[in-house]
Design a protein around this ligand. Sequence first.
Ligand code: UDP
Ligand code: MG
Length: 322
Amino acid sequence: MITVVTPAYNEEGNLRALHERLVAALQACGQRYEWLIVDDASTDATFQVATEIAAADPAVRAYRFSRNFGSHAAILCGLEHSSGDIAVVLAADLQDPPEIIPALLDEIGKGASVVWAAREQREGETFLNVMTSKLFYWVISRVLKVDRTPPKGADFFAITRPVIDSLLRIQEPNLNVFMALCWLGYTQASVPYRKQERFSGTSGWSLVKRFKLAIDSFVASSYTPIRFMSATGLLTSVLGLVYAVTIIYNNIFHGGAVQGWPSLMVITLFSAGMVMSMLGVLGEYVWRSLEASRARPLYIVEKSTSTAAAKGHSTTKDHAHE
Ligand code: UDP
Ligand code: MG
């Protein structure tokens, strides 16, 4: 059986069209399937629409979060409630065409455990989005040297049951699912596809959310920022020392006029700024270690179309009924 997982945030206009295309694509492969829609606390009628689809199609189930937890938490929730031998994750906005699914399953048939649909082209996305995304993956692979990165970014992939189970064992807050999948290893393959324009609605990934994901991914997967911090601190001190020697030299050989108030001020400001930003980097790690030690559930399901999960399932063993 194949489980399709779809995170959905304000996607009321897309779900029915996606359902139709999904069913057609899955029936073409002649396999049993279930479709799990995880509503990330949308402010529109997404859950209502999902419930209606679920009422008409017994293969469909819908879950609704108690608040917006982000699409990565929604993906984890879907996988947690999945019972398929293979899970396919795709966005709700039809940017990822369900017609590619048979090609993904083919790769699994050939022995891959993780199959990425690698976007060759991105239609209908803003220049800013494409550029920030490219910058993000460039920094991850070239600067932070995380050697396992999804091919050309990722939104859309298929994984086998062992991979699903391994992924769910990672109980980390702020988890970037795509990078976690790369970290897991297994045999990975990719199938190129053309990312299409959004069917309806607007992107739920604001620049602020993207920025948060980027920081989370950097901090989670690398201590290069900490090393950078120490290196910059060291360099600043060395430069300060050299400057101090220059001042002393000038003082001895050219007379001791009280000069250079501006340069002093500049250096003070500069180094204070440095110290503060470095402390900020350190704070990132401290905050994350605090968050991890609190071991809160990664998401909270408020209601769902299946009664079993309606009691507030979460990925941690001790459920928080908040
Ligand atoms: N999404 C979500 N929670 C959010 C933002 C987005 O579950 O807070 C879902 C969204 O409904 C879609 C998928 O994540 O199914 C990808 O998001 P979107 O299409 O908005 O992002 P983009 O394609 O612009 O990167
Ligand atoms: Mg999209």
